[in-house]
Design a protein around this ligand. Structure first.
Ligand code: KG4
Ligand code: ZN
Length: 364
């Protein structure tokens, strides 16, 4: 469990905040011993996540997934050093299922429990061993781009996050999903839209670049989304001609990438004012899997003398490896949670209870 140097046994974690049911076991040094992610397919026919179906599916799948990762890691529960679970923000039904399941293991085997903020788990992903040379020391600038969030965050220390900008309307993944729906693609739409865009002409449609050049580093996507809807509405009803759909997808994706680059440039300037020693730009969340977005951000980072890090594709979307890693970092800092910790549908990164006790976790 906990010894003088922190955690000396593996940590197991559960992710259940949305429609991915996931479990993972990490060694004390962060090496992945076993991991699994089940993307629930039952939502596709509804064109979006149905919270009640998600919660029931987590309940049905978690015991099997947990047994699977523990088996692959070659461990019994008594050999663990702690149990972590995504405890917000997210869909409350799934959060209750996953955190209660994890607490049950902690209680039965007398293990420390860590209630992990899902956004913190995304934020700390680049610190997983082997992802960034030198281990992504604090501080760094994070662009958190997912289906529910779109934020620029100064990651200054464990538990210390400063939100520099956020979206004033849709999250970027939501915009991808809605445009994908207009183009008749399946759900979730981001990956399908990217595949379609790969064969399209990104210069054909001059879509707007919302907030480009404006001060600050907030985002907006509703105007861009409306512009795409207007182009699509001009076609007769029924499926769009394939060429046109690909060109719309490519033009939309290009607009998003350019907006991201502009917003990231502003965010880097704001970040440097606060943290002149920080030299790393990190992108995380489902949309971090998008190659056009990654490439645009990498260019901005390089042009400003910053390093750039993005998780491997399988760790961009929701997974339990990132939850286990955040759990490990918190365990090392002595920041465990009581078993009556209540999961929270809303839990911003800068909430007062994210900060650690003074001095804990400040090591860079
Ligand atoms: O982080 P994530 O798995 O879940 C949330 O916490 O929201 O992000 C899911 C979002 C969805 O909106 C999905 O369409 C988007 O990430 N996404 C992508 C790509 N892969 C996933 N968007 C654009 N391009 C992709 N390749
Ligand atoms: Zn997420």
């Amino acid at each position: 469990m906990l010894d003088g140097n922190g955690v000396s046994r593996p940590v197991v974690a559960v992710e259940s905040s949305c429609d991915e049911t996931a479990a993972a076991v990490l060694a004390p040094d962060g090496t992945i011993l076993a991991e699994t992610v089940l993307s629930q397919s039952a939502h596709a026919r509804y064109g979006g996540v149905v919270p009640e179906i998600a919660a029931r599916a987590h309940l049905a799948h978690l015991p099997g997934l947990m047994a699977e990762v523990m088996g692959r890691a070659g461990l019994g529960y008594a050999g663990l050093g702690g149990v972590a679970a995504s405890s917000g923000p997210g869909l409350i039904g799934g959060l209750i299922v996953g955190s209660s399941f994890a607490k049950g293991i902690a209680l039965a085997h007398d293990l420390p429990f860590v209630a992990v903020n899902h956004l913190e788990a995304h934020a700390l992903t680049p610190r997983l061993p082997g992802l960034v040379e030198g281990g992504a020391p604090f501080p760094y600038l994070l662009l958190l781009l997912s289906g529910g969030h779109c934020q620029c965050v100064a990651v200054e220390a464990l538990g210390h996050y400063v939100r520099l900008g956020t979206t004033i309307d849709d999250a970027v993944g939501e915009a991808f999903d809605k445009v994908a729906k207009m183009l008749g693609l399946g759900w979730p739409g981001g990956p399908a839209l990217e595949r379609l865009a790969n064969g399209g002409d990104a210069g054909r449609f001059a879509f707007p670049r919302p907030l480009r050049g404006r001060p600050g580093c907030d985002f907006s996507f509703s105007g861009l989304k409306t512009a795409v809807a207007q182009v699509v509405a001009a076609y007769p009803s029924g499926p769009l001609p394939g060429r046109d759909a690909a060109d719309i997808a490519a033009s939309f994706q290009h607009a998003v990438a350019e907006v991201m680059a502009d917003r990231a440039a502003h965010a880097l300037a704001a970040f440097s004012q606060r943290n002149p020693e920080g030299r790393l730009l990190v992108v995380a969340g489902g949309v971090a899997a998008n190659q056009a977005v990654r490439a645009a951000l990498q260019r901005v980072a390089a042009s400003r003398g910053f390093g750039f890090a993005a998780p491997p594709l399988r760790l961009c979307g929701d997974n339990a490896v990132m939850v286990a890693w955040a759990g490990l970092e918190r365990l090392r800092a002595g920041a465990t949670s009581p078993l009556d910790h209540a999961p929270r549908p809303r839990w911003p990164l800068d909430a007062p209870d994210m900060a650690l006790a003074w001095g804990a976790g400040m090591a860079r």
